[in-house]
Write a protein that binds this ligand. Structure first.
Ligand SMILES: C[S@@+](CC[C@H](N)C(=O)[O-])C[C@H]1O[C@@H](n2cnc3c(N)ncnc32)[C@H](O)[C@@H]1O
Length: 262
């Protein structure tokens, strides 16, 4: 049986992303910390910039700027997400095909680097350069928002399956090296009754820990660092609700936001 062809961004959106929830989280967090409304969101590593599109929908003064190196997901986002917005919303979304390390980055109230994309920077000097660049280009009092994951389950190879109506999503941690904290990760999909499609997305990451991110943000000049920890549902699975905490929780795998305040 040969593997079927799929629209990989469609399945990624169905299984990985919740850009509407992310946009609301970012707006709420800024309001809680700063006591005012954020206006400009910069979505670094934006791929098909679904978050930018949701941000523009929140209010008529919201502006979003997406940055990604790769033209392919940007073109997908223009065709499939941007085109669904009203003419006014479309005018408030800009995308730039460039490196997030570029010295010429647009200024913003919030910079969001989500789905762990900064983990592609594998050395401390490189990640520091990126965080310093974010600090330089944030407006006064602005927020840099990273998500982070960890726990004992992410320090060993394992594969988990999540079932949806007509397909399964597999998150495959193929390797982990305790000497470098580097791991290879893959996303596979399987449509019901069809052959599994292997390695639809590949991530070669260094798993940065929360204390390392905090240290780097402080070194780059961020005044305060905040942590938001995901709650759990009745089955002990992550419930997508994040609460501000001063202490983490021991669990097999966890997801948290690390927020640096300029
Ligand atoms: C994990 S995907 C992004 C996912 C997206 N942020 C989301 O929330 O679903 C990582 C993206 O980062 C982009 N990327 C990697 N390194 C980059 C860099 N130095 N500058 C800009 N984009 C980069 C890749 O092209 C890819 O589209």
């Amino acid at each position: 049986m040969s593997s079927p062809k799929i629209d990989k961004y469609e399945y990624y959106a169905k299984s990985v992303q919740s850009p509407d929830v992310d946009a609301q989280y970012l707006q709420r967090t800024y309001k809680e910390l700063k006591g005012k409304e954020p206006k400009i969101l910069r979505e670094d590593f934006c791929a098909a910039f679904a978050l930018c599109c949701e941000w523009a929908k929140l209010d008529k003064d919201k502006l979003a700027i997406g940055i990604d190196l790769d033209e392919e997901p940007l073109a997908y986002g223009r065709k499939n997400y941007l085109s669904n917005l009203s003419a006014d919303e479309q005018k408030r979304v800009t995308v730039l095909s460039q490196n997030v390390l570029s010295p010429e980055m647009p200024h913003a109230d919030i910079i969001a680097a989500l789905n762990f994309s900064y983990m592609g920077f594998k050395t401390r000097p490189l990640l520091k350069q990126y965080i310093e660049n974010c600090h330089k280009t944030l407006n006064d009092g602005g927020l840099l928002v990273f998500d982070c994951f960890g726990g004992p389950a992410s320090s060993e190879p394992n594969e988990s399956e999540s079932e949806y109506d007509d397909f399964s999503y597999f998150w495959d941690q193929d390797s982990f090296d305790p000497l470098t904290n580097e791991g290879m990760f893959y996303i596979h999909y399987q449509l019901k009754g069809q052959k599994k499609i292997e390695k639809v997305f590949t991530y070669d990451w260094r798993m940065w820990g929360i204390p390392e991110l905090k240290d780097l943000m402080e070194e780059a000049g961020f005044k305060k660092i905040h942590f938001y920890w995901e709650g759990t549902d009745e089955e002990g699975e992550g419930d997508g609700n994040y609460a501000k905490v001063n202490q983490g929780e021991i669990c097999d795998s966890w997801v948290a936001y690390v927020v640096g305040e300029k």
